[in-house]
Design a protein around this ligand. Structure first.
Ligand code: DGJ
Length: 724
């Protein structure tokens, strides 16, 4: 009895210290018995040992308190090394597969050393291993972000030889192992206009792969794994991960017949290779993985915090996003100074802050059949260039932005006529067009130079503070016939390297410019783009009902200050929700307007002005607060989001009804008519807008209030304030 008590006291004090924060000194601890490392985040432990055979093997990843019991003598090893390679009995999913100059295809690794270093202010374990015979060095990194319960993993490989390249046939960012159990996988997939649809599957023995092969995905390189039937909203241990990569990526979930699970992710080397030249280093993108005991809410909270503190561009991450007007839905390709100015004047009067001209402004762009590639102003539409219009827009008090699609070219363009060899292509094969366009081979230095020059001239010569970067088609014929044969299959990887270099270079030269990432809606939404663009256009579908679903899923991975949402005249269904509903749906992200506002009645303008005013009041919470997704539209015929300030003194509730007529019918999925809040101070008192009662935080969270919205497609945005 006494012994049990001691263990409980010990564990609870251990847990208490974890639940606070891990002190910087003990985040990565070197252990001697067994030889290895103990890596701590606030609520998890990752343990690696170097076994008697000199193999580096992860032995534990999970609950921190449980780990302390296993620390001294690990109860189990997962049997899969930290960097599984093609070699020996290759029955695991390898992270690395190479061919040496003498055609040997096996790797045999020998542990060299482990060091604790600092990367960007975060403790990082750097494990160096060498091939036993060949001059191949593999360094695996584990960078720990304890406050977010996240570890970033990536690999650097070096050819230490003097003469010959080593061909990399596959190099993933990391492998993660979990012990034998029954696991469920949640992820999102989708298609144009229907992005990020939740998927859930039991992982049975065999391989489940999520992958992109043509640079387009309407899902996200992201996953959650939990024990069977334990992926819940607010409780239960979950493992999650994401990739910082925007080209072809893959995530493999390899379940062994004995029950163990191996998760591997990184660049999809399908139809690709990399020739590692002598002295060359190749660094993989990062594979982010985390552990939470707070369910899917914990996953989203950890990811949002991590993205804001570590990933997103530092110069803009905390800045409030502007209310945008975007011309696409109003004028499509038919842009000119008179019409754009008319829109801008009304937009300004409504409270808009940034006016963005979308597609159609550049040379030869009368429709989608021409112009892409020629990034100069169309003089037929703007005889005096864009500057007189920009000046007038700026004089109104609006900032100005522009749309570009740099990675593409129309065959009907000056660029293509001059450089037909600049596109991805194979001789003797059709150049497949999509939306009348071809893909530029951005792996080429001349293409990169041309794009940098065109875009930097554009930004230098105009007062542009917002660039919407679009990418509207998938890759086909990924050929580069003029390159040396060994480089040709590196084209997709080099493309992404240059894409990143291009955006990074422009951001550095023009730090005042905001970047929006778009790919026919959410066709390229990932942490690679998140680290260099400020907002994402999550979907071309702006129907408010569809958007509720799309946005709910999106917010499970990325924060609201990255989610561009416009109010437009588009409706996809018969319900025709009101303008007020459309505004309320768009307010849970970065609000924009896309209507032809010159056609609006005075009542519509008055409503829009009121809604934009309300949005500006709640914007600090939307942009910088903590999000709790209270009710999922995938589960009930309503949706609720709550944003809470970090000091918990303010909050905003975004409440939406779907079809209420389903009430009482078999389609009525509403579990209760109560809404319980989250993230408040239990002891504090709060006042909810439009309600005379004063509520205790504990009451709002444990008992809740009556759902205050009635009627199909009705909504409410309600502020909460802590009483003094
Ligand atoms: C696709 C984007 O998703 C739209 O928002 C718009 O910018 C069009 N491209 C313009 O061609």
């Amino acid at each position: 009895m006494k012994k049990f008590f001691l263990v409980v006291v010990f564990l609870s004090s251990f847990c208490f210290s974890f639940c606070q924060t891990v002190s910087s000194g003990n985040i990565i601890e070197k252990t001697t018995a067994p030889d290895g490392w103990f890596i701590r985040t606030n609520s998890s432990v990752y343990q690696i040992i170097v076994n008697g055979n000199g193999e580096v093997v992860p032995v534990y990843y999970g609950n921190a308190a449980q780990a302390i019991i296993e620390k001294k003598s690990p109860l189990r090893t997962y049997g899969i090394s930290e960097v599984p390679v093609r070699g020996g009995f290759a029955n695991k999913t390898p992270v690395m597969e190479v061919v040496f100059p003498d055609n040997v295809r096996d790797i045999e690794l020998k542990f060299e050393n482990g060091e604790i270093i600092n990367v960007d202010g975060y403790p990082t374990l750097k494990i160096t291993q060498n091939d036993k015979v060949y001059p191949l060095q593999i360094i695996s990194y584990l960078k720990v972000i304890p406050q977010c319960d996240i570890i970033e993993k990536w690999i650097e490989v070096i050819n230490n030889g003097k003469k010959s390249p080593i061909r990399i046939e596959n190099l993933q960012s990391a492998s993660l192992s979990l012990p034998a159990d029954s696991y469920q996988l949640n992820y999102v997939s989708g298609y144009w206009g229907h992005e990020y649809q939740p998927q859930s599957t039991l992982l049975t023995p065999g391989l489940k792969t999520l992958q992109v092969k043509d640079f387009k995905s309407y899902g996200i390189p992201w996953f959650i794994v939990g024990k069977e039937n334990t992926i819940r909203d607010t409780s239960g241990p979950l493992w999650f991960g994401s990739l910082q990569y925007s080209g072809n990526w893959r995530l493999d979930f390899d379940k062994s017949s004995e029950g163990g699970l191996q998760i591997v992710g990184g660049i999809n080397f399908w139809d690709s290779w990399w020739n590692l030249r002598p002295s060359e280093h190749f660094i993989t993108p990062k594979f982010i993985f985390g552990y939470t005991e707070k369910g899917t809410e914990g996953v989203a909270c950890d990811l949002h915090r991590y993205e804001k503190e570590v990933v997103m561009p530092k110069n803009t991450v905390e800045r409030l996003r502007s209310v945008i007007y975007n011309s696409w839905y109003a004028t499509t390709f038919h842009v000119n100074e008179k019409d754009q100015l008319a829109l801008a004047k009304i937009a300004k009067s409504l409270g808009v802050e940034m006016f963005v001209i979308d597609d159609g402004w550049f040379k030869g762009r009368v429709n989608d059949a021409g112009g892409l590639g020629d990034w100069t102003v169309d003089r037929n539409k703007f005889p005096n260039g864009l500057n007189p219009l920009i000046k007038k827009i700026n004089d109104l008090g609006l900032d100005f932005g522009l749309w570009v699609e740099p990675e593409m070219v129309n065959p009907n363009s000056d660029l293509y006529r001059a450089h037909p060899d600049w596109v991805l292509n194979f001789p003797n094969r059709k150049r497949h067009e999509q939306r009348n366009q071809l893909v530029l081979n951005l792996a080429r230095q001349d293409v990169y130079d041309y794009l940098y020059k065109s875009l930097s001239n554009l930004l230098r010569e105009h007062n542009i503070t917002y660039l919407k970067w679009d990418m509207n088609r998938a890759l086909s014929e990924p050929g580069w016939p003029s390159a040396p044969p060994e480089i040709q299959r590196e084209v997709r990887i080099r493309y992404v390297q240059n894409l990143y270099k291009l955006i990074d270079g422009l951001r550095k030269e023009f730090p005042r410019v905001w970047f929006e990432n778009c790919s026919s809606g959410g066709g390229r939404v990932d942490m690679g783009m998140l680290s260099r663009t400020d907002v994402f256009w999550p979907s071309d579908n702006t129907d408010p009902v569809d958007r509720l679903f799309i946005q709910y899923s999106y917010l499970g991975v990325f924060p609201a200050n990255t989610m561009s949402c416009w109010v437009t005249d588009e409706v996809a269904h018969d319900e025709h929700p009101s303008l007020a509903y459309k505004f309320d749906v768009a307010m849970s992200g970065v609000l924009g307007v896309g209507y032809d506002v010159t056609k609006w009645t005075n009542e519509e303008k008055a409503l829009a002005t009121e809604k934009i005013g309300k949005y500006k009041q709640i914007r600090p919470l939307i942009d910088n607060g903590i999000l709790y997704r209270l009710v999922s539209p995938y589960k009930e015929n309503r949706c609720a989001l709550q944003f809470v300030s970090k000091d918990r003194k303010q909050a905003v509730l975004c409440l939406y009804n779907l079809n209420e007529n389903m009430k009482g019918s078999t389609n009525d999925t509403r579990i209760s008519n109560i809404i319980q809040l989250r993230g408040l101070d239990e002891e504090a008192s709060y006042k909810i807008e439009g309600d005379d009662e004063i509520y205790k935080g504990s009451y709002l969270m444990k008992i809740g209030i009556q759902w205050p919205v009635s009627g199909s497609y009705k909504s409410k945005i309600l502020s909460l304030n802590m009483m003094n």
